[in-house]
Design a binder for this molecule. Structure first.
Ligand SMILES: [Ca+2]
Ligand SMILES: [Ca+2]
Length: 344
């Protein structure tokens, strides 16, 4: 009985915490895009910086009206004014504060572009590669990098018809991995062959109560434009005429920059669908990564219902009779009881 009183207190506390910081990027004249350059982005042959191998990728944002800046540390104070954050193959761990800031940024409506490389790609010998670095927090946001290492060019899976693949004829991966959608709202736009696991070459999903968006891909090579430190072994995958990487970059960036849906009821529907599907999947195959994502979703539901009490009847109606939402129903019941008892 004790836990039923503690749970709603935590629920409300977290929701209030989340509600205090909202990105103000919408007010800025030009959307601000931050490229992380502080986590070994130039280790070994990597050159994933805006004045090096990723300059053409940075230009995609500029062409869509953005201001692009490089940052070395990811502080919440700096992220608040940004609309998009790009993590180009981070090869050293973020601090706990930076990880929390990234998650909070997306939960508050920000756009994240996360780029990994193949499994066992520790370029600076500090014991972690981009797969390990990103998988510490990306699952909270509904996506995960697979532990794979393969090349496939062009990819031989599917190119699904989505806004990302308009005009995309072929893509390739050279020493890369794939992305798994933990979120039922995730979209695998392009997949690789079954031989290499069939995962997503690029995937995206919507996160949280404010329409945050995440794009992830499992290889840095497609966006390597071949410029940068002459001592690095770089290859122009971005403009290679045999592939459509520049088009894919433009399409995916456009999606990240789209205005967010503002109707909270729409976000609630998405979150409840995600929790329902995820809980059923988890019941069949418990996966700690999926649990991380479900916790983010449930926190977002708490945030929405706290900010919009008028949505509570809709939420309660939706969770009735849905086995996948049983845990959430208990939380809502507990919250109602709490509100009645303490008349918030
Ligand atoms: Ca490393
Ligand atoms: Ca690669």
């Amino acid at each position: 009985m004790k836990s039923s009183r503690i749970a709603p207190l935590l629920f409300l506390g977290l929701a209030l915490l989340l509600a205090t910081g909202t990105p103000t990027a919408a007010l800025a004249a030009k959307p601000l895009v931050l490229f992380d350059e502080g986590h070994a982005q130039t280790a070994g042959n990597a050159d994933w910086v805006i004045d090096g191998g990723f300059s053409d990728f940075a230009d995609v944002f500029k062409a869509q009206g953005c201001e692009v800046r490089a940052v070395k540390k990811l502080a919440w104070e700096d992220l608040q004014s940004a609309q998009v954050l790009v993590l180009p193959e981070p090869n050293s761990l973020y601090t706990a504060e930076e990880e929390a800031a990234i998650v909070r940024f997306v939960e508050n409506g920000g756009g994240l572009y996360a780029i990994a490389d193949h499994n066992n790609s520790d370029r600076n010998g500090d014991g972690v590669d981009s797969v390990a670095v990103l998988n510490r927090f990306l699952p909270k946001l509904g996506l995960q990098i697979d532990l794979r290492y393969f090349s496939e060019a062009p990819t031989a899976g599917k190119i699904n018809q989505t806004s990302f693949t308009k005009g995309v004829k072929a893509v390739g991966t050279w020493g890369g991995s794939t992305v798994k959608c933990l979120s039922s709202q995730g979209v695998a736009h392009i997949t690789v062959s079954a031989k290499n696991g069939g995962g997503a070459f690029i995937a995206s999903t919507e996160v949280g109560a404010k329409g945050g968006r995440v794009v992830a891909m499992g290889d840095s090579s497609p966006y390597d434009d071949g410029t940068g430190d002459p001592h690095d072994k770089l290859h122009d995958g971005f403009n290679n005429p045999g592939y459509s990487h520049a088009t894919l970059a433009a399409n995916s960036v456009r999606w990240l920059l789209e205005p967010r849906a503002t109707a909270p009821a729409r976000h609630l529907d998405r979150l409840l669908a995600d929790v329902s599907a995820g809980s059923r999947t988890y019941a069949g195959a418990p996966d700690p990564s999926l649990l991380l994502h479900l916790e983010t979703c449930e926190r977002a539901v708490g945030q929405l219902l706290n900010e919009h009490p008028d949505l509570r009847p809709q939420a309660r109606a939706r969770v009735m009779g849905d086995a996948g939402l049983a845990d959430l129903r208990r939380s809502l019941d507990a919250q109602t009881t709490f509100d009645l008892l303490y008349s918030r």
